[in-house]
Ligand binder design. Structure first.
Ligand SMILES: [Zn+2]
Length: 235
């Protein structure tokens, strides 16, 4: 895979499992997850997102917001907080929860959006499409909030610390992100999990070396295939 191919091909060959695993790898407790449990967290999270998406497939995300009584706002304000750049946030303190989208952070992603996802079938401008993607992602978090439990809380906790009879367990928070990506992909009928846009953007912006990205994909492929007992070629 070269920079050219990464940014010009739709990369539909990157399975949800591999991209889900890339997301899981970012969990602060990832090193505590037993290797044979990696596929479980990825697959259970993908399933949660897909199941939630079933009743919304083909629906217009902006109409979903209107019907749910959810408000969203696109702001010019910077999405940078403590050196982390946010593109969207949901404020559960507001009643109803409010979704904030940061246009300055979204602007730079328009080109990778088109390169990775291809032209929109409805000829929607890239910026609107990016907004839809982030709205769908946050909609899933709102569904979790409404149900009173986030995806990570519904999956098995991992052991993070053990001292004698005392065991501290924690949920794997990144599972909620994997599920939100899967929900977004299904509802908007995207060719891949939308977190691929993040990586493509980082590579294009020289914040991530393509070689490093390829190595990470290979590592994920091995983890998933090992647990699923299958060849890396079929994932
Ligand atoms: Zn999220």
């Amino acid at each position: 895979m070269t920079v050219h191919s990464l940014l010009t091909n739709p990369l539909t060959h990157l399975s949800d499992e591999i991209l889900g695993c890339m997301e899981l790898k970012q969990d602060p407790l990832f090193h505590k997850i037993p290797e044979d449990k990696i596929a479980y967290y990825v697959q259970a999270s993908l399933r949660a997102g897909r199941v939630a998406a079933e009743k919304y497939k083909g629906c217009n995300i902006r109409r979903m917001y209107r019907e749910a009584g959810l408000r969203h706002e696109v702001t010019d304000a910077s999405g940078d907080f403590h050196q982390v750049s946010f593109r969207a946030q949901i404020d559960f303190a507001k009643k109803p929860p409010q979704i904030l989208l940061y246009s300055s952070s979204l602007n730079g992603m328009q080109r990778v959006c088109r390169n990775i996802l291809g032209a929109s079938p409805t000829a929607e401008p890239d910026m609107d499409r990016l907004i839809d993607i982030h709205l769908a992602h946050e909609f899933y978090h709102w569904l979790e909030y409404r149900e009173g439990s986030f995806t990570n809380e519904r999956l098995e906790p991992i052991e993070v610390f053990k001292l004698g009879p005392y065991t501290k367990r924690s949920s794997v928070v990144q599972c909620s992100e994997i599920a939100a990506h899967a929900f977004c992909k299904e509802v908007l009928d995207l060719p891949c999990l939308p977190n691929l846009l993040d990586y493509a953007y980082l590579i294009e912006d020289n914040q991530l070396q393509e070689k490093v990205f390829e190595q990470q994909l290979e590592t994920c492929k091995c983890w998933i295939s090992r647990t699923l007992n299958t060849s890396p070629g079929v994932i």
